[in-house]
Design a protein around this ligand. Structure first.
Ligand code: FMN
Length: 181
């Protein structure tokens, strides 16, 4: 049994990427894994100000914000899933703000190595290279942290709420969840 943390990026409740996250979670739970969520797009995480006081005041970040909920979930996760809509070729700002704060673990010399991770993303995906920046950013994150990439699912033609239902994105996301071993 693995501890899986799904970090979601959408501010839109029940939107396309939320549904991907739920489908993945369903598949993973079927296989007996424990799944928790941190809904970065719906939380209040203050932007890092580079004070470098991480972990010196008993918390990962000195700000009293929702990163206090994410930090312990991140620390105990075996698998981290980044599940996000594409916003201007990248993660939505609130999700990026939360991900920036993983920096606290580097400053605080807290070892996060050895985790596995996946990227689930959706967008309209008009252009061939629409997801390239997000995909590269994801690669830099897991490589920098010494994690292992288990795969990515990039779903196009998902623009309006519920569009994801008309794609194969949910079936594939559930299958990815089932494949966690
Ligand atoms: C601010 C904003 C920026 C967006 N930028 C892109 C983009 O760069 N490329 C793209 O294909 N879709 C883009 N989209 C479309 C969203 O990725 C798409 O609507 C997605 O399905 C939203 O997922 P959600 O329902 O989980 O919020 C953008 C949407 C918003 C609101």
């Amino acid at each position: 049994m693995k501890e899986i943390l799904i970090i979601t990026g959408s501010p839109r409740k029940g939107g396309n990427s939320d549904r991907m996250a739920w489908a993945f979670a369903e598949g993973a739970r079927e296989k007996g894994h424990a799944v928790s969520f941190f809904e970065a797009g719906k939380k209040e995480v203050l932007a890092c100000i580079g004070c470098n006081t991480c972990f010196t005041k008993g918390q990962a970040c000195s700000f009293d914000d929702d990163f206090r909920e994410m930090a312990p979930l991140l620390e105990k996760a075996d698998v981290v899933v980044f599940c996000t809509p594409l916003y201007y070729y990248s993660f939505p700002g609130k999700m990026k703000t939360a991900l920036d704060k993983i920096y606290a673990f580097l400053v605080g010399k807290r070892d996060l190595r050895g985790k596995e991770c996946l990227l689930l993303a959706c967008g309209y995906g008009h252009r061939e290279n629409e997801f390239d920046a997000l995909s590269l950013l994801y690669d830099l994150i897991w490589q920098g942290l010494g994690w292992k990439d288990l795969g990515r699912l990039l779903v196009r033609k998902a623009l309006r709420l519920g569009d994801i239902e008309k794609t194969d994105g949910l079936v594939k996301a559930k299958e990815m969840g089932r494949r966690i071993s």
